[in-house]
Design a protein around this ligand. Sequence first.
Ligand code: FO1
Length: 312
Amino acid sequence: MSIKDVVALSGGVGGAKLALGLSRVVPSGSLTVIANTGDDFEHLGLSICPDIDTLTYALAGLDNPTLGWGRRDETWSFMESVKALGGEDWFRLGDRDLAVHVERTRRLRSGETLSQITTDFAAKLGIGARILPMSDDRVRTRVLSDGGWIDFQDYFVRQQCRPVVRALSFDGAPESRPAPGVMQALQTAGTIVICPSNPFISIEPILAVPGIRDAIRASGAPVVAVSPIIGGKAVKGPTAKMMAELGMEATALGVAQRYGNMISGYVVEHEDAASVAGIAARVTAAKTLMLSLEDRETLARVVLEAADALRR
Ligand code: FO1
């Protein structure tokens, strides 16, 4: 199996699970994970980067297995104190997690870039893989619902994905530039992996940064996506609901159609294999539900083998 220079595109929880699997089967230094920053926002005066942090915590073994986001062994004194003062408590910042937001905000204000800070935090937490934000520039996912445009975290957390999604926009994306290292990683990648993240709110913001989609197409490397939909249901989050609201089929096939000819390999759960048999990408049926650490590693190997089969 040739596993040199793997580049993965990832959003939050599902993406971080596969990224952890990849980090355990790809030699240290050969894995780059490009993280969505469209979910980022400013809250309580702090710069919050949920997908970068979910990835960082997962790769450092510090992730909260119950919540899927935030930190393991978390305490909530800060949040309780904010609430007692009548402050906003709909977006829960744990005490340990808070340190990351405070320190990142301080460093951003002193002029460092998000990619410099992300790289440094990863090194301090002992992570061997490289985590790159898709861009150091400000890109913000917004959701058009029946009441008008709302910010992503307002939709996702405050309103618990209840509003019907009519359209999505990635404000700032057209003017943004890929973060340092992103283009080179894609241009020299041996394998590109699209993690089982929500295509609309996790992967498409990354593809909306000018240059990234073209670099993937031009790379010549196998591009293997893993379906975030199993048997018509999203493993976590609003993917299936969102697809239906946007007029698409909420199936593994619908996701493959969305990625179109950008992907050359597609890994789906066994039960979905027949439904995607007609697509142009080479299909691999596997267990894609990642419950254990072993599941994450096994799926990572399946993805790398699928890429290898495309090279033969
Ligand atoms: N998701 C929630 O559903 N509720 C929360 O209170 C919440 C807090 C939170 C704090 C820090 C962080 O890094 C992530 C957090 N998330 C929370 C997850 C976040 O909303 C992600 O954007 C989604 O999981 C989508 O990837």
